[in-house]
Write a protein that binds this ligand. Sequence first.
Ligand code: NAG
Ligand code: NAG
Length: 226
Amino acid sequence: MTPDRTTIPIHTSPVPRAQPMKRHHSASYYAHRVRESLSTRISKFICAMFLLVLFFVGVIAFILWLSLRPHRPRFHIQDFVVQGLDQPTGVENARIAFNVTILNPNQHMGVYFDSMDGFIYYKDQRVGSIPLLNPFFQKPTNTTIVTGTLTGASLTVNSNRWTEFSNDRAQGTVGFRLDIVSNIRFKLHRWISKRHRMHANCDIVVGRDGLILPKFNHKRCPVYFT
Ligand SMILES: *[C@@H]1O[C@H](CO)[C@@H](O)[C@H](O)[C@H]1NC(C)=O
Ligand SMILES: *[C@@H]1O[C@H](CO)[C@@H](O)[C@H](O)[C@H]1NC(C)=O
């Protein structure tokens, strides 16, 4: 009982004091609250609008990027033959010939190629090199054929290496890698990209006759930049 009585005055005494205060402030207090909630709502709305605009700008940028991003040229090995592989003394008479197609897969973007060189590797050792093309501009969707023939001077095959070739051939196949190197720039209207050093690497296996195995012919050569 006593604790109740003591608590009641404590409860009641602030209430009458608080009530006039609350009444006194209520009008401006509510106006303030309304203003505050209104400005909160407006800022929330602006925030939402901003995010929405940002989202759509992002979507549009993404679509533009998808349709305009440059695609690297596509290289396909079309033919590869090592002549003279069957001759034991063959280095002097050896001849390597190949064809590669280059496709610019871009619908609107042209590609500037600096001069293009071909390198032939056997077990990661370079056995030949040859200039393939002078600088040229490839139009969108164009396909260009590159032909390379390596003989005598452009083949750096010593007799030990030739013996290795012959031994591989006796096993049935000889593996090579053709590395095509150029610097390329993409062109879209007036915009021209910076130069990218490009490599196309074709894995090639030839049979006893020196001709590329059908499994490896017409295959796409992976392209990478360095
Ligand atoms: C490459 O293409 C040319 C012309 O299309 C063709 O005459 C030749 O036989 C092909 N093969 C090689 C290994 O050069
Ligand atoms: C690709 O471009 C070259 C040079 O402009 C042209 O000679 C060749 O015919 C074109 N090839 C195709 C498939 O359009």
